[in-house]
Design a binder for this molecule. Sequence first.
Ligand SMILES: [Zn+2]
Ligand SMILES: [Zn+2]
Length: 350
Amino acid sequence: MLSYDIAQFGAPLQRFERPTPRPAGTEVLVRVSASGVCHSDLHIWEGYFDLGGGKKLTMAERGMKLPHTLGHESAGEVAALGPEASGLAIGQRCLVFPWIGCGACDVCRAGEEQLCLNPRFLGVHRAGGYSDHLLVPHPRYLLDVSDMPATVAAPYACSGLTTYGALKKLGPLLVEKPVVIFGAGGLGLMCLSLHKAMKGKGAIVVDIDPAKRHAALTAGAIAAIDGAAKGAVDQVKEAAGGAVWAAIDLVGSSASASLALASLTKGGKLIVVGLYGGEITLPLPSIPQRALTLQGSYVGSPGELKELLALVRQKKVPPIPLRARPLGEAAAALADLKAGRVLGRTVLTP
Ligand SMILES: [Zn+2]
Ligand SMILES: [Zn+2]
């Protein structure tokens, strides 16, 4: 099998050839047809998350061994089944749920594997989809997507699931109040189309890049605001009709989170999703006095991915702008994403 791996943090991905694995036990071998390039791949490739104040969380500290195959948005065909794997046909087209836990703890048994303390996430802790083959531990992590192209299905495993999980956390606010979405990259555009499918009240998008603001307006945002502009807070409030009750920060930078918190009205809710990095300083009395809710959201559960695919089918959610690139261009695709040259999602095709 062929893969493009991190051999050294921050250096261009390298091509590796290894014997194609044989699935054992309940494992399933998937022939990868499409693998999305996600912003969090950038952080893993660079080797750290920025904790702000000069502090870093390094991938080495998190136990990552190199070489490592990235890729957690994978779709493909069942190539081989382990002796104890059943319920799938060879050649069946599937989307891979990558946020796999230990499978045995209370959290996993409650269906929240993405929150397991002993994660085995594909593309993070185990080999991912920047490859022509991918080993999946159990058939239950494969969802049938025979009715959609693999390039369209793949981004639902992270960018779709992440934004769906964040939108669900808004609760009744989703349909009652406009939401302010920070970031109009691949996640932002996905969030907009799902927000519409979920009958959201209206979405205001904040992004510093004019091309991305334009894409957001084309995708149905009621307003698109430059977060770096003077008076951005007032512009956001005005676009929301005076008071911002709900915000989703898909960037997760000091600037985006500060702007989001400054925009919220009393009783407002901020869902932080993005991993750009940095820190915020928040006066503690403001949390009770403004009755703020600050909540994190990390990808989503296996059940939520099923719900999401059902929503996409039922509401005929249009795919976000996609660009398919050969797997051999994996290193260039990461570099383009880092430089902000990607509109929508890049999907690698072996
Ligand atoms: Zn991702
Ligand atoms: Zn677990």
